[in-house]
Ligand binder design. Structure first.
Ligand SMILES: Cc1cn([C@H]2C[C@H](O)[C@@H](COP(=O)(O)OP(=O)(O)O[C@H]3O[C@@H](C)C(=O)[C@@H](O)[C@H]3O)O2)c(=O)[nH]c1=O
Length: 186
């Protein structure tokens, strides 16, 4: 298992060993002990699965307020996504900065999204299945988002024509959302 650190503190890319043969492949996508040995210790309690039918779907940029903030372990099992996170941790040297990584059914990469980050992705192909673990339950009252196209954050999305949910059309900018930066209380 290979763990790669990134420019954003605590954000990690994970590649588990993939055993290919004439049938296809096998991988242990999550093994608690191996993740702990690699310094990734989270109590994942919910598995999520989304299907996006078309290329150009953007889901994001989402987070939950504390104490319901979630760590997410994201992977893409069919097609490919450009997976993006924005550092919303006040006081962080990379506050307001974004990074994006391609996760695909072919590269088997997983992205560890820590608490304090807004997260979203853009599908690069049709028929994209994304699976992710979270360490806190879904809480609609704590569910928040920032605009995927906030000019101050300036995420360089790979698609110009995008498909959004109604909810994702109406998120505030990072600056506007600042009053909601209460990771420890609500
Ligand atoms: C996220 C979530 C949604 N839902 C419901 C609420 C709603 O009726 C329906 C669709 O929800 P959404 O539109 O929020 O789904 P989606 O836009 O796919 O939201 C997800 O986006 C990615 C980028 C993330 O990072 C996730 O944490 C999550 O926010 O599913 C749950 O029941 N449990 C959950 O954990």
């Amino acid at each position: 298992m290979q763990v790669t650190t990134t420019n954003l503190e605590d954000v990690k890319l994970i590649e588990t060993a993939v055993f290919g043969d004439h049938r296809g492949f096998f991988t242990e996508s999550y093994t608690k002990d191996k993740f702990i040995a690699a310094g990734i210790r989270h109590d994942f309690i919910q598995d999520n699965h989304s299907l996006s039918a078309e290329a150009g779907v953007i889901r994001g940029m989402h987070y939950q307020l504390g104490p319901k903030a979630q760590t997410k372990l994201v992977r893409c099992v069919t097609g490919a996504i450009y997976d993006v996170l924005v550092d919303m941790r006040k006081g962080s040297p990379t506050y307001g900065k974004w990074e994006g990584y391609i996760l695909s059914a072919y590269n088997h990469r997983q992205l560890l999204v820590p608490k304090g980050f807004a997260h979203g992705f853009c599908t690069l192909t049709p028929d994209v299945n994304v699976l992710y673990k979270v360490d806190e339950l879904y809480s609609p009252e704590h569910d928040r988002g920032i605009a995927y196209d906030d000019p101050a954050v300036a995420i360089d999305w790979p698609m110009t024509k995008v498909i959004l949910s109604e909810k994702d059309r109406h998120h505030p900018t990072l600056q506007e959302a600042e009053n909601n930066f209460v990771w420890g209380e609500i």
